[in-house]
Write a protein that binds this ligand. Structure first.
Ligand code: UDP
Length: 489
């Protein structure tokens, strides 16, 4: 049988997500996807991160999907017990220790792979050692990226042209005649990020292939061809992985425990009209100063639109004094916007995938983390892009310049990580302007929304029977089985 699903012996896959919600959530969903197609998957993680996968596991027969826990080396990296994910960091020092601890997982995972040998390891390409987990010729590694293929291709193009950039240090525009799009950056990529990206490309290059949490139509055929030509092999678009969850209830239990109940959230959303609410969230590891939050509050209030705004836990503490609160929230903001139910502030982890899939959400102000983007697109929601760090500035270009499904807020300072204090503040005027552009239902807003909804339909089709991602998954399973069986012959 050609497409693998009917072939007798299931694939035995070990999946290794990096320790950050933006990496664990999509790979958990991809694990459930393989398991739901009859393959045997083991997700390898650490004790405090197990809850990220509980819900994926609960919905699938344990024969097909299970967890294997390896201890996080808390003592070795001098971290308190339980601090094992980038979303539980309190600053750059803790973040560095978590990354160090994650890298030290190499040895216990290698030992596990030795004892319990899979056919393939599917591992996050953020780990530089995924291709050294085994020296057994019958076990190969497939890299998983939490980025789009557009971004990976762009990074590769920038790498190829690096000497040109080094000579033009103030370079802000990027045109590579081989890259399918002409891209201009108003921000400079941090040097350490470039080094990280190049290590990641190296890891991808050494693996057997690349799994992408996106659908081919969004990356675009020209970009996929560019990737295959420059990197020399195929990438498999299997997403959007979030669409494996169908109901509000299933979507509400992704990642950390939500600080609001599904009921409270839905009853607020249900009371609003279609496309009338702006949703604002900057992911799980980006931190804004109180000054910046103040500008956001002022900008959304001045725009006059209804909103759901996810703010960090520290800004919403029960015991927060009035003096502390007024540093990030204009005086009387809650009386004017929250008590009358015009706005809803979620202080801590929000059920994002559920909120985005509600029809009242008309636009999403996002930091351009890849999962947030793909979740918005899956729901057909246009975006106000506000990249903060990492690869988010590349993602922004796919959304605004290439696909025309969002507008830029005007963020121009590219940080290495989400804790880096910004020198520039995006003003309330820029925020209000961007919100109006997408929410005022004028000609530009209508066209952007039309395009976003069209991509939403394509995303849904991609994961259905006969859709591009579904076909890729079946082909991949079949290819991997044949390749395994040939090696074992
Ligand atoms: N997320 C969520 N609730 C929150 C914050 C984040 O559900 O309050 C989820 C979001 O839906 C996405 C992931 O966490 O799946 C964040 O990944 P993304 O790539 O967007 O950004 P990162 O956090 O990695 O910067």
């Amino acid at each position: 049988m050609e497409n693998g699903v009917g072939v007798e012996r299931p694939l035995k896959l070990h999946m290794l997500p990096f320790l950050s919600p933006g990496h664990m959530i999509p790979l958990g969903d991809i694990a459930a996807l393989f398991a739901s197609h009859g393959q045997q998957v083991t997700i390898i993680t650490t004790p405090s991160n197990a809850h990220f996968f509980d819900k994926s596991i609960a919905s699938v027969d344990p024969f097909f999907l299970r967890l294997h826990i390896v201890d996080f080396p808390s003592q070795q990296v001098d971290l308190p017990d339980g601090v094992e994910s980038l979303s539980s960091t309190t600053g750059p020092a803790t973040m560095a220790k978590i990354c160090k601890g994650a890298n030290l997982l190499h040895e216990p995972i290698r030992e596990f792979v030795e004892k319990d040998q899979p056919d393939y390891i599917i591992a996050d390409c953020v780990y530089p050692w995924i291709n050294d987990l085994t020296n057994k010729p019958h076990i190969s590694t497939i890299a998983f990226t939490g980025f789009s293929l557009f971004t990976i291709s762009l990074i590769e193009s920038l790498r190829i042209n690096r000497s040109y950039f080094d000579k033009n240090s103030s370079l802000s525009s990027f045109v590579d005649s081989n890259f399918p799009h002409s891209i201009t950056f108003c921000a400079t990529t941090p040097k350490q990020l470039i080094a990280f990206e190049e290590r990641m490309l190296e890891t991808i290059r050494k693996s057997k292939g690349l799994i992408v949490n996106n659908f081919a139509e969004l990356d675009g055929e020209d970009c996929i061809k560019h990737y295959e030509k420059t990197m020399g092999y195929k990438a498999w678009h299997l997403g959007p992985a979030c669409l494996i969850r169908k109901t509000f209830q299933e979507k509400s239990v992704r990642g950390n425990e939500s600080v609001v109940s599904v009921h409270e959230c839905l009853s607020w959303l249900n009371s609003k009209e279609e496309n009338s609410v702006l949703y604002i969230c900057f992911g799980s590891i980006s931190h804004f100063s109180d000054k910046q939050l103040y500008e956001i509050a002022s900008g959304i209030e001045n725009s006059g639109y209804k909103f759901v705004w996810v703010v960090p836990e520290k800004n919403g503490k029960e015991d927060e004094s009035e003096e502390q609160k007024e540093k990030w929230l204009p005086k009387g903001f809650e009386e004017r916007n929250i008590l009358n139910k015009k706005g809803f502030i979620i202080k801590g982890w929000a059920p994002q995938a559920m909120i985005l899939s509600h029809t009242v959400v008309g636009a999403f102000m996002t930091h351009c983390g890849w999962n947030s983007i793909v979740e918005a697109i899956s729901a057909g929601i246009p975006m106000i892009t506000w990249p903060v760090h990492g690869e988010q500035f590349y993602n922004e270009k796919l959304i605004t310049v290439v696909q025309g499904i969002g507008v830029e807020v005007g963020a121009t300072e590219w940080s290495l990580h989400g804790f880096q204090e910004k020198e520039k503040v995006v003003s309330r005027h820029s925020i209000e302007k961007a919100v109006r552009r997408l929410m005022d239902n004028g000609d530009e807003a209508k066209e952007i929304r039309r395009r976003a909804q069209e991509f939403g339909r394509k995303a849904t089709q991609a994961v259905q029977e006969g859709g591009s991602s579904n076909n890729n998954l079946l082909t991949l399973i079949g290819d991997l089985k044949r390749s395994r069986d040939r090696k074992l012959e």
